[in-house]
Design a protein around this ligand. Structure first.
Ligand SMILES: Nc1ncnc2c1ncn2[C@@H]1O[C@H](COP(=O)(O)OP(=O)(O)OP(=O)(O)O)[C@@H](O)[C@H]1O
Length: 123
């Protein structure tokens, strides 16, 4: 039972590693994730702020994984040009964009007051 569970986790990790290797957007997400965590540690985010930040980070990764899965599936079932394939890919890309905008909003909402305090009291 545990062996099967570890095997499944391994497949899931393979998917994430492959996404980072294959997709430019995933590389941008990775750099952004590291930067946001670094800024959060530097600015001393509190637990509740980490809850929102981690939700935003996870949300963008989940959307990117689903988007890429849909892109691959579309290419598999419809290798040529097809207006429906375009719609499917554009909708999925739209989902990533909505989540990314929300993530930036959450980060700004949390980081700006911290930055304000940091700039005011560090001088
Ligand atoms: N099979 C297809 N038929 C018609 N249009 C397609 C097809 N595949 C992709 N497109 C469209 O071509 C454009 C570019 O798609 P493409 O997937 O290459 O780049 P993208 O949207 O930047 O995605 P990503 O960089 O995540 O792979 C999009 O508008 C997409 O909907």
């Amino acid at each position: 039972m545990f062996k099967q569970a570890f095997k499944s986790i391994g497949h899931a990790f393979d998917g994430i590693v492959d996404l980072i290797k294959q997709e430019n957007n995933a590389k941008i997400h990775l750099i952004s994730t590291i930067l946001v965590i670094f800024v959060g540690i530097k600015l001393d985010f509190i637990a509740l702020e980490w809850v929102w930040i981690s939700l935003a980070i996870a949300g963008v990764w989940v959307m990117e994984l689903i988007n890429t899965a849909l892109e691959r599936l579309t290419d598999l079932v419809s290798p040529g040009e097809n207006p429906l394939a375009k719609k499917i890919k554009d909708y999925a890309a739209g989902a990533v964009l909505v989540m990314a905008i929300w993530a930036v909003f959450i980060f700004a909402l949390i980081a700006i007051p911290h930055l304000w305090v940091w700039l005011t009291f560090s001088s």
